[in-house]
Design a protein around this ligand. Structure first.
Ligand code: A2P
Length: 282
C-alpha cells in the first residue's frame, strides 16, 4: 500500500502545504460518503476535497472522526455554495460547513463559481479574507475562475487566492486560465482530473500505460503531477483509490507528456464559468 508520506506537498503562496493528491467526493452520494472517505483515509489519503453543494460534508466529517487520525495530519477543503455568495450569507454558510464537517479550522475554503452575472464574488472574497485573518481557515482560494475573474480579484482585493480549482484533464486543459493562474502565483488544482473517466481510452494514454506497466488512470494522474498540478481524483472503489495514490514509482518521458498534452480540445464536461448562474440550492 502507498503510504501518505510518499505524496509530495505543494507550498501555497501563504506557506500552507497541501498534499498534491487528494480524494475528491463530488457526486459521491451522501449515504456512501463516510464509507468512501474512511476507505480513502485507510489507503493513505490525507487530503479530502468536498463542497457545501455536494451535500456530503457531514459524511466527510464522520469519516475523519472515525479514523482517529490527528487533525494536523489532514488537509480538508470545502467550497461556498453559489446561493450563499454575498457578505451575510457567506459567513453563515461557512459556519454551517464548519459544523457539518465538525472541524474548528478548515484548511482551504474556495468560492465555488464566480457567478459573474450576480457580481458578488468580490464582496464574498472580502468575507473570505476576514475568515482567514480570524484563523478560521488556513488558506482561501477560488474555483472555476477565468482570467477576467482572477484579474478583478487581484485588482480590487488584498489577498491573492492560494488556489484556483478548475476543470483540467487531457482533453480540456484551458491553457489561458492555467497561465493566468500560475503567473499570479496561484496553485492550479484540477477537478475531474481523469476527465471523469472519459480520457482514459486515448491512444497516447494507453501507450504510456503499456510502456510503464501502470493503468491509464495512473498515467493521466502522473501527467498532471509532472505539470505541477494538484489533483483530486474520485473513486468509490478501494483498489482504484489505492492505485490513484500509487504514482511515484515511474516517470513519463517528455515525448509521453507531449503526446498527452496534444489531446487538448475545447470540450468541457462541467459548466462554463462565464455563463454559470446556478444556485446549487436544492
Ligand atoms: P469509480 O468511482 O466507479 O471508481 P474524475 O476524478 O476525473 O472525476 O473521475 C472519476 C471517474 O473515474 C469515476 O467515474 C471513477 O469511477 C473513475 N475512476 C476513478 N479512478 C479510476 C481508475 N483508477 N481507473 C478507472 N476509472 C477510475
Amino acid at each position: 500500500m502507498t503510504s501518505s508520506s510518499t505524496v509530495p506537498v505543494v507550498a501555497l503562496n501563504n506557506g500552507v502545504e497541501i498534499p498534491q493528491v487528494g480524494l475528491g467526493v463530488f457526486q459521491v452520494p451522501e449515504d456512501q460518503t463516510q464509507q468512501v472517505v474512511e476507505a480513502g483515509l485507510e489507503c493513505g489519503y490525507r487530503h479530502i476535497d468536498t463542497a457545501a453543494a455536494y451535500y456530503n460534508e457531514a459524511g466527510v466529517g464522520a469519516a475523519i472522526r472515525a479514523s482517529g487520525l490527528p487533525r494536523e495530519e489532514l488537509f480538508v477543503t470545502t467550497k461556498l455554495r453559489n446561493a450563499d455568495q454575498g457578505r451575510d450569507k457567506a459567513r453563515t454558510a461557512f459556519e454551517r460547513s464548519r459544523e457539518q464537517l465538525g472541524l474548528e479550522v478548515l484548511d482551504l475554503y474556495l468560492i465555488h463559481w464566480p457567478m459573474p452575472g450576480k457580481d458578488l464574488y468580490v464582496e464574498t472574497w472580502e468575507v473570505f479574507q476576514e475568515l482567514q485573518a480570524e484563523g478560521a481557515v488556513r488558506a482561501i482560494g477560488v474555483s472555476n475562475f477565468l482570467p477576467e475573474h482572477l484579474n478583478r480579484l487581484l485588482a480590487d482585493t488584498d489577498v491573492v487566492p492560494a488556489v484556483n480549482q478548475i476543470e483540467l484533464h487531457p482533453t480540456f486543459q484551458q491553457p489561458a486560465t492555467v497561465e493566468a493562474t500560475k503567473s499570479a502565483g496561484i496553485a492550479v488544482e484540477a477537478y475531474s482530473p481523469l476527465g471523469q473517466g472519459k480520457d482514459l481510452n486515448a491512444d497516447a494514454v494507453s501507450r504510456a500505460a503499456g510502456a510503464h506497466a501502470v493503468t491509464p488512470a495512473q498515467v493521466v494522474l502522473r501527467w498532471q503531477l509532472q505539470n505541477g498540478t494538484i489533483v483530486i481524483p474520485k473513486s468509490t472503489h478501494r483498489e482504484r483509490l489505492t492505485a490513484n495514490l500509487d504514482l511515484f514509482g515511474f516517470e513519463l518521458t517528455e515525448a509521453e507528456m507531449s503526446a498527452i498534452t496534444a489531446l487538448d480540445s475545447a470540450e468541457r464536461i462541467g459548466g462554463n464559468p462565464a455563463a454559470m448562474e446556478w444556485s446549487q440550492a436544492r
